[in-house]
Write a protein that binds this ligand. Structure first.
Ligand code: ADP
Ligand code: ZN
Length: 291
């Protein structure tokens, strides 16, 4: 099979063709400008590629309700030019089944299908980078609901040393993204997170917030594994701190061997690296074809 996939990102768009074994056969990347300029290039790429299906993972918010008039749209994004863009409608010209979901949900699906979450029916995949988003896969399917989860905007308790900090989220003073995203670190310390590698106090505070968020995820979703990716998690020291903080916040309440004795296998890095999103998008299209 030739499975088409698109990752619509805030800075770049990636298209690829994969087979059903998770091998990327071809790939094409362009910078994200306006929909008028970007979408036709993506469509042209697929026109002669003979794909069987297409899956799209998009930055959001997006409308995932198939009964809605704006299903398949990017809805209220502040990204200039992209609000109310009919993404799925545009690609209908290709005449193949189309799957559509958020960027983090498709990355989650990629890791579940081929990566660190393979053969596990309940997994959370989080990306901590410019933004924070978590894909939620429970009982063998991606979770949607009213819209889609917005785990990056869960509210957290501020550390007492951080109580005067004003984070970058325009909606919430103390949401996860405002307190722990890459731009949040940069705002707090005046330099990019990658320049702060040796500052353990920075990563302790970062883990203080990520630990709370993961504790909340464990309580709300009961995942069997948590996979954490994104630029900020490139600092490998952070994993140890995050595991400790998560255990501290759970505080013995969940008495499962996986958490109490195997936390290093419970909170893990992704296995697919940069391919998680695109392979998940291809798989999403395959699932749509299989329906
Ligand atoms: P995006 O979220 O835009 O797709 P990334 O996932 O690469 O991009 O995240 C970018 C963020 O990650 C930036 O804020 C950057 O400062 C931060 N970052 C990149 N490398 C590292 C690193 N080694 N350690 C900590 N933070 C990093
Ligand atoms: Zn917020």
């Amino acid at each position: 099979m030739r499975l088409g996939g698109i990752e619509l990102g805030g800075t770049k768009m990636v298209c690829a063709i994969s087979n059903e074994n998770g091998e990327v056969l071809d790939r094409y990347t362009i910078p994200t400008t306006t929909p008028e300029e970007t979408l036709p290039k993506l469509l042209d790429y697929f026109k002669d590629k003979n794909i069987d299906s297409l899956g799209i993972g998009s930055f959001g918010p997006v409308d995932l309700n198939k009964n809605s008039d704006t299903y398949g749209y990017i809805t209220t994004t502040p990204k200039p030019g992209w609000a109310n863009t009919d993404v799925v409608g545009y690609f209908k010209q290709l005449n193949v089944p189309i799957g559509f979901d958020t960027d983090v949900n498709v990355a989650c699906l990629g890791e579940v299908t081929y990566g660190a979450g393979k053969d596990i029916d309940s997994v959370i995949y989080g990306t901590i980078g410019t933004g924070i988003g978590f894909g939620v896969y429970l009982d063998g399917r991606l979770v949607h609901g009213l819209m889609h989860t917005e785990t990056g905007h869960m509210l957290l308790s501020k550390h007492e040393k951080d109580k005067d900090f004003v984070g970058p989220c325009p909606f919430h003073d103390n949401c996860f993204e405002s307190l722990a995203s890459g731009p949040s670190i940069e705002k707090r310390y005046g330099t990019k997170a990658e320049n702060l590698y040796d500052r353990d106090d920075v990563w302790q505070l970062e883990a203080y917030y990520i630990g709370q968020a993961l504790c909340n995820c464990v309580m709300c979703y009961s995942p069997k594994k948590i996979i954490l990716g994104g630029g900020v998690m490139h600092n490998e020291k952070l994993f140890e701190f995050v595991r400790k903080e998560t255990l501290k916040d759970i505080n013995g309440y969940i008495k499962k061997d996986e958490i109490l004795n195997h936390i290093d296998e419970y909170i893990v890095s992704p296995k697919l690296g940069d391919n998680a999103g695109i392979l998940g998008a291809c798989e999403l299209g395959r699932l749509e074809l299989a329906k």
